[in-house]
Design a binder for this molecule. Sequence first.
Ligand SMILES: *Cc1c(COP(=O)(O)O)cnc(C)c1O
Length: 399
Amino acid sequence: MPLSHGRPYLAIPGPSVIPDRVLQAMHRPAPEIHGGAMVDLLAGLLPDLRAVARTRHKVAMYISNGHGVWEASIANTLSRGDRMLALATGRFGHGWAETAEAMGVDVEVLDFGKRSPVDPDRVAARLAEDRAHAIRAVTLVHVDTATSVRNDVAAVRAALDAAGHPALLMVDCIASLACDRFEMDEWGADVMISACQKGLMVPPGLGFVFFNERAEAARVCADLVTRYWDWRMRADPEEFYQYFWGTAPTHHLFGLRAALDMLVHEEGIEAAWARHARLARAVWAAFDTWGRAGSIELNVTAPDHRSHAVTSVRIVPPNATALREWLADTAGVTLGIGLGMAAPGDPAWHGFFRIAHMGHVNAHMVLGALGSIEAGLLALDLPHGPGGLEAAAAVIAGR
Ligand SMILES: *Cc1c(COP(=O)(O)O)cnc(C)c1O
């Protein structure tokens, strides 16, 4: 019996749930774009974006999704034939690497599999072999959205330093920004890229590239850059139109203003991290308890390496698909498909799903999604240990 009429919950890892305040802020007539309120609006957004990224450095904004800022980060730092070391812990590490390869970069991938974080010792060993310093950049995905592995950015920085290697450290925080703690300056990221449709709670369409002086120095000789992707004008514009190299994404900026008001000025970024950490622990507690019957398990074993924004789950196939369909049809909850874990034609593909808990989510939403999953496990007769929901409630209750 369908019980899905009511407010739907899109629990996929991007786009995330959009706050009504963000939607309402966007619902207005188009503004003048050559002066007036837009100029002031933009000036106010920049310090708040830096506060979320924990950096005092520059930011370039683009009308783009995450794939666009993958390209922007490479274009502004590397030249055709330069060597790049891509650290992969799932689909997204490979995606950034493939983008660079298509642009003419000589990419070497260090693959850590689909369930484990980057091993900083392996990175240090590889960099130590590169005595001529041919590697110009190391790319690292903070949270891989496919596997839900969270990597230790500071430890990778330490690996570069231990090897005395000058390569830039470039970090993809598209899934993690404003959900998992991230400290651009303290952790020593030279470039950080993100987009607005996940932790920042805005519809897809804005991409961000943060960069420090070391990255600015690399820009001077980067020959892959093209006019549209050049970050120099965007970060230091002489005229307003240069922020976006053309018409500004007016309504997205109103939406972003509302989102940053909520995140930076009302809740506070550290409180937002703490909220996501607690909600994630509730999700893990439920799955660990259900998993006692042996047919369902979290993809990442070590809690320290699990994302606070998204959780990847393994379940005996084809139960992931059955459960996702039951939840969408009966409960109004849409879970994410497994990504990059098995080929779409392979029966194993139906053994993976993801639940997002990024952005505008709170305790009742996460408990509602988990309660719906428990109902789905019961309705479909899928083996699971009893008490998953109580275990999640105990985490929310602070027990
Ligand atoms: C979502 C995501 C991307 C890609 O973003 P798009 O907006 O879909 O292009 C890249 N990296 C990570 C870690 C992501 O979560």
